[in-house]
Design a binder for this molecule. Structure first.
Ligand code: ACO
Ligand code: KIV
Ligand code: MG
Length: 518
């Protein structure tokens, strides 16, 4: 067994990862991911299972031809037909590995293969011997190894190593192991296989109990030196051990493991995005290392800590894995430190009083909107600065509308200078909900303006985007522009219209300027 301090990263995104239900990568996708895996610096790329289909054969062949650097592996059952196909697909590879496997657990041998243990052993040895006629680099996997008898496995491994296998893979195919017992299992195999030093011990862990990464790390402590894993942890059922989690655990906790990989960490995030885009498998937001929230901080106390000293709440530097996005997310749990900092980054210098008012408005918006973007902040601050005296303020709005209903709106406005506020309500029908609102506002304000232009746009991204409505209203021959922003577009429409009306009232007597566009 190798006592190297270097861990071989065997990436099986293109083979086990592609076995994720619903995922099918075409030849171009596989080449693109293969190229990225080479940039990422993996040692081995398992490019596919060539016997599976003509498409997979062509894809493995293309990856073998085009991707240089890593070893390119192809999977084959323990039979000549599969091995011939794998060897042919890998012919152009700079370094080719044939990865042959057969199940060794009683349950698989009896029910699936319908073979006796000695027949399985013979098939395994025969397969390795045959694969060796094509390449010196042969890996043997004992499928469902963790549920197999240890003494049988040791006998089998001894013989496949004698037949020429250079890597012995001990998978937890169904993700059944727990870290402590898996570590002990690997130790027992290493101790019970006399010629184990002639091969690298590899592990391949599935995530059915969410333990794939923990089990893989336990195996390293027991002496394994190859990790089989996938980008984003995709793979059969609940997936495989996640490459990025393994690599960053080894890096971040070097004092525990003392082991290195050759992974170029700055390519981790890019690899994750590419695999997610091409497989169509979204990465869950709270996924370690590459999830959208993995380095994001929304709560004020954490944001304050991170702004003062990043290591208060971050154990890794996101830039190291290629994440350069802003990690301070403004939302309803955020505090003044983060709010002020982001405004400073956006170039806003606000007085203490402006800051205080803007922060209060921010908190109100955050109660209605999950995440406050930079665009939201710009609107908020610009609105704060642009404020003019308002003759009428929208206090309440209710609209009913639908395919079989006549659109009806009720508005309640507050009018006055603050000391003598008056509340006015009005209701109206209209051709549509916005028309109904505008007629109700006309009644409540008692003003008569003519709407000459109405436009609506989403100014911030996402499903809870803010809508911006701009209108032009005409009064006494003058045109006034109104603007309203809200997560509700009818409310934004009402605000825009009132804004135009308020300007027309402030401009009394009319200044006769043709337009006051903002
Ligand atoms: C744990 C793993 O991830 S193993 C890899 C799993 N991946 C895949 O199966 C994806 C690709 N697979 C395929 O495209 C198809 O299953 C093929 C082309 C490999 C085989 O297709 P078919 O010939 O139609 O067989 P099918 O898949 O229905 O059954 C598998 C056969 O292989 C046998 N078999 C399974 N594993 C092995 C093995 N390692 N060595 C030899 N034979 C095996 C089974 O006993 C069964 O044989 P039988 O037909 O005599 O009963
Ligand atoms: C083919 C083998 C290595 C496998 O994918 C498994 O056992 O999970
Ligand atoms: Mg697997």
């Amino acid at each position: 067994m190798s006592q190297s301090k270097q861990v071989v990263i065997f990436d099986t995104t293109l083979r086990d990862g592609e076995q994720s239900p619903g995922v099918s990568l075409n030849l171009h996708d596989k080449i693109e991911i293969g190229m990225q895996l080479a940039r990422l610096g993996v040692d081995v790329i398992e490019a596919g299972f060539p016997i599976a289909s003509p498409g997979d054969f062509e894809a493995v062949k293309a990856v073998a031809e085009k991707v240089k650097g890593p070893i390119i592996a192809g999977l084959a059952r323990a039979n000549k037909k599969d091995i011939d196909r794998a060897a042919e697909a890998l012919r152009a590879a700079e370094h080719a590995r044939i990865h042959t496997f057969i199940a060794t657990s009683d349950i698989h041998m009896r029910h699936k293969l319908r073979m006796e243990p000695d027949q399985v052993l013979e098939a395994a040895v025969e397969a390795v011997r045959y694969a060796k006629t094509f390449t010196s680099d042969v890996e043997f996997s004992a499928e469902d190894a963790f549920r197999s008898d240890v003494a049988f496995l040791c006998r089998l491994f001894e013989q496949v190593i004698r037949a020429g296998a250079k890597t012995i893979n001990i998978p937890d195919t169904v993700g059944y192991a727990t870290p402590q017992e898996y570590g002990q299992f690997i130790r027992d195999i290493i101790n019970g296989t006399p010629n184990i030093n002639e091969a690298i011990v590899s592990v391949h862990c599935h995530n059915d109990l969410g333990l794939a990464v923990a089990n893989s790390l336990a195996a390293l402590e027991a002496g394994a030196r190859q990790l089989e894993c996938t980008v984003n942890g995709i793979g059969e059922r609940a997936g495989n051990a996640s490459l990025e989690e393994l690599v960053m655990a080894l890096y971040t906790r070097y004092s525990i493991y003392g082991l290195d990989t050759k992974i170029n960490k700055s390519e981790i995030y890019r690899s994750s995005r590419l695999v997610s885009n091409l497989t169509g498998m979204a990465v869950q937001a709270n996924k370690a290392i590459v999830g959208k929230n993995a380095f994001a901080h929304e709560s004020g106390i954490h944001q304050d800590g991170v702004l003062k000293e990043r290591s208060t709440y971050e154990i890794m530097n996101p830039k190291m894995i290629g994440i350069f996005e802003n990690n301070i997310v403004l939302g309803k749990h955020s505090g003044r430190h983060a709010f002020r900092e982001r405004l400073k980054e956006l170039g806003y210098e606000l007085s203490d009083e402006e800051m205080q008012k803007a922060f209060l408005r921010f908190k109100m918006l955050a109660d209605r909107k999950r995440e406050i973007t930079d665009a939201d902040l710009a609107v908020l601050v610009d609105d704060e600065r642009r404020e003019e005296p308002e003759a009428f303020v929208l206090d309440y709005l209710q609209v009913t509308s639908g395919t079989t209903l006549m659109p009806t709106a009720t508005v309640r406005l507050v009018s006055g200078d603050g000391s003598t506020n008056k509340v006015i309500s009005a209701s109206a029908h209209g051709d549509g909900p916005v028309d109904a609102v505008y007629k109700a506002i006309d009644q409540a304000t008692g003003t008569s303006v003519k709407l000459t232009h109405y436009a609506i746009a989403a100014i911030t991204p996402g499903e809870d985007a803010q809508g911006e409505v701009s209108v032009r209203v005409e009064r006494d021959g003058c045109i006034y522009t109104g603007r309203g922003v809200d997560t509700d577009i009818i409310t934004a429409s009402a605000k825009a219209y009132l804004n135009g009306i308020n300007k027309s009232i402030n401009d009394n007597p009319p200044s006769r300027k043709p337009d006051r566009a903002i």
